[in-house]
Design a protein around this ligand. Structure first.
Ligand SMILES: Cc1cc2nc3c(=O)[nH]c(=O)nc-3n(C[C@H](O)[C@H](O)[C@H](O)COP(=O)(O)O)c2cc1C
Length: 169
């Protein structure tokens, strides 16, 4: 039974990896704190109203700040933004200030907006759900921007070899 479960997990992982999901960076500001991390667990979950689900690992500093926030910013990365993926996926705000190492500006709700992103939206957090090692943040969009002539999205396989700044529990 245990072996079967291990087998199912491995094949489940392979099926999900094959989907090659686009990669996002979620940023947040609360008080004088800023944080952000690379996120693969993210998708739109309703058309009307428009609702987006972004999941943050309980191990991440971004989650710690997001717990006290009212809004998040969600950035879509393009193939030209690999350095942003490396910064936000392999480094942790527990050790460095990621915003000292990239271009950003203050956007709606005082959120840090990454100027190297293909597009972004900000969302009001309407609900959170504990899914296990990740917590889901449901977002209602409040502002959005898409770059002209956007590059192809940066997808999972391009960043799968990165070592996360914080391993999920
Ligand atoms: C391919 C990949 C996908 C990731 N997906 C998520 C995710 O969906 N949610 C999340 O919270 N962290 C995810 N991470 C991990 C964080 O981006 C990483 O641990 C980051 O360094 C945490 O930074 P922080 O401690 O400053 O928040 C992912 C990392 C990689 C390499």
């Amino acid at each position: 039974m245990a072996d079967e479960a291990v087998g199912i997990s491995a094949v489940f992982d392979a099926v999900v990896a094959q989907a090659d999901t686009p990669m996002w960076v979620v940023t947040v500001a609360a008080g004088d704190q800023r944080a952000g991390c690379l996120v693969g667990f993210a998708t739109q979950v309703s058309i009307e109203p428009r609702v987006f689900l972004a999941c943050l690992s309980k191990a991440n500093r971004t989650y710690e700040i997001a717990r006290h926030a009212t809004h998040l910013a969600v950035h879509l990365l393009g193939t030209t933004a690999l350095p942003l993926a490396e910064l936000f996926g392999s480094e942790t705000g527990s050790e460095i200030d990621k915003f000292d190492h990239c271009e950003w500006e203050e956007g709606p709700h005082l959120l840090p907006i990454l100027t190297g992103a293909t597009g972004w939206f900000t969302g009001r957090i309407t609900r959170t759900d504990d899914f296990g090692d990740h917590v889901g943040f449901l977002l209602s969009p409040t502002a959005a921007h898409l770059r002209k002539r956007p590059p192809a999205p940066l997808r999972y396989h391009a960043v799968a070899s990165l070592t996360p700044g914080h391993a999920a529990d």
